[in-house]
Design a protein around this ligand. Structure first.
Ligand SMILES: Cc1ncc(COP(=O)(O)O)c(C=O)c1O
Length: 474
């Protein structure tokens, strides 16, 4: 099979023909072999836990947990990058440098660059991370800010961009937003003295669990006079659907409606061109596909169209004040140019250190290269799942599971959401866990299978499927 040709087909929305031996381990290994040396090497940039480590009861090593994986069979299969990415090896080096800096020069670390350090002065770290994230989301560094966490940033953006006025006071969101987005939207509406239930326009799915672009556009047309803001997910966390961000954004703008995107599941996963797509604002967390560690420092985008007066439209704090005069402490606010004017507090240097380490891995490649590998990895996982479903369906009865994520690779990222027959969920979950597979389960029956192109390979997909099929039969 020609991997490059298959990737081109996937980019065009077509399915590649997998050969008759595609379900064999040899075939999976051959795909790994044909992967570029650079992409292959990223796996060694991450700490892949062993099955023994996954069961550990102490933070410090015991004889069982010290043992290195002697073969890939000893390593866990980690398909949970859609929830928390694995630890980059650089994180320990960067954090060590931070601790040594803090421990040796104390407060001077804010302004001092130690010669051999991978981290910059604390003062410059947020801007440095913004610069490193710019290419990942398709924006200029001035349009990006690293700050806070995702929900806080959604609040800050809504404080700036949600300006209900008379009848034009509604927020459009999807039918099943992540709870935090729902609460943020609800409370922003209530903050303006409005009733949340009457002020939210929900996009319901119109095709199985999916919301088609036409359906969203029609709903925007229908409610155009009432919508003050649209806030949608780049990738819907439950179904794994990637929305057509440029088409929906353009449609919202035809009606003069501000549109923001929650890119929690899209950033570091799919190619984004936030600037060119003219998105108004976007927010994302960095602990999923960007691997900054649990609760890591988040990112936000504000289009340069909205000028350099960030906080003048929203909430201010001393870190939004221009760096050159921040310490004059004269209480005359001068906004930092671009998105960084939205900063409020002195950011956590330890979180920025961890983010910076994680982004250093992305700097060795491009989202284009990662997405190409991801398209093929996920298509292979889909092919294998469909094969298993066929093998395990008896004629006339419902198959044991189905994939609810779009079949068209242009409308999904790394993740496939597998909807199991409800009675299978507990058994399959237990078997996956027992066999060292980590992936995310959402009741009633969804297993989210997300091979991340930075550290997962085709062999992982093959090994996952072996465990999964056995679990169905147990
Ligand atoms: C889509 C989405 N929105 C919001 C959040 C909440 O993020 P945080 O806890 O970092 O604010 C998450 C977390 O997983 C998410 O997946």
């Amino acid at each position: 099979m020609d991997a490059a040709a298959a990737i081109n087909q996937l980019r065009a929305g077509e399915k590649p023909e997998f050969p008759s031996n595609a379900s064999s381990l040899d075939f999976a290994l051959s795909l790994d072999k044909s992967d570029s040396e650079v992409l292959k090497s990223f796996r060694t940039d991450f700490v892949i836990p062993t099955k023994a480590q996954l069961k550990r009861k102490t933070v410090n090593d015991t004889p069982e947990t010290t043992a290195q994986a002697s073969s890939s069979d000893d390593e866990i299969i980690y398909f949970c990058g859609n929830s928390l990415g694995l630890q980059p090896k650089a994180t320990r080096t960067y954090l060590d440098a931070y601790l040594k800096t803090w421990g040796s020069i104390g407060v001077n670390g804010h302004f001092t660059q130690l010669e051999d350090s991978p981290i910059g002065p604390y003062q410059d770290m947020a801007a440095d991370c913004a610069e490193k994230m710019a290419d990942i989301v398709g924006a200029s560094p001035a349009e990006i800010v690293s700050m806070n966490t995702l929900t806080i940033n959604l609040h800050l953006m809504m404080a700036a961009f949600y300006k209900p006025s008379g009848k034009k006071n509604k927020i459009m969101c999807e039918w099943r937003p992540f709870p935090s987005d729902w609460y943020a939207i609800e409370s922003q509406i209530e903050w303006h003295g409005l009733n949340a239930k009457d002020t939210m326009v929900l996009v319901e799915p119109n095709q199985d669990y999916l919301m088609t672009t036409d359906h969203i556009k029609q709903l925007i047309d229908k409610h155009a006079d009432e919508l003050a803001l649209i806030l949608l997910p780049g990738i819907q966390y439950w179904s794994g659907q990637l929305l057509d961000i440029p088409a929906i954004t353009a449609h919202a703008h035809q009606h003069n409606i501000t549109i923001g995107w929650d890119l929690a599941h899209a950033a570091g996963n799919v190619e984004l061109k936030l600037h060119d797509w003219d998105v108004d604002f976007a927010c994302w967390c960095t602990y999923k596909y960007m691997n900054s560690g649990a609760g890591g420092m988040a990112g936000a985008f504000v289009h340069e169209r909205h000028g350099n007066n960030g906080p003048n439209k929203g909430l201010k704090g001393w870190y939004g004040h221009d760096k050159t005069s921040r310490f004059l402490m004269d209480n005359k606010f001068v906004a930092t140019k671009g998105a960084q004017g939205f900063q409020v507090s002195n950011p956590s240097a330890i979180d920025l250190t961890s983010l910076s380490a994680a982004l250093s891995v992305f700097q060795k490649t491009s989202m284009k290269a990662l997405r190409e590998k991801s398209l093929l990895l996920t298509a292979y996982a889909e092919f294998m799942l469909n094969d298993i479903s066929k093998r395990n369906s008896t004629s006339g009865s419902e198959p044991p599971f189905r994939i609810i994520t779009p079949q068209d690779p242009r409308f999904r990222g790394a993740q496939l959401s597998v909807l199991l027959k409800e009675e299978l969920m507990e058994r399959v979950s237990a078997a996956l866990e027992k066999n060292g597979v980590v992936c995310d389960k959402r009741k009633p029956g969804i297993i989210r299978v997300a091979p991340a192109p930075l550290y997962n390979n085709f062999e992982d997909v093959w090994r996952f499927m072996e465990v999964f099929e056995k679990a169905l039969k147990e």
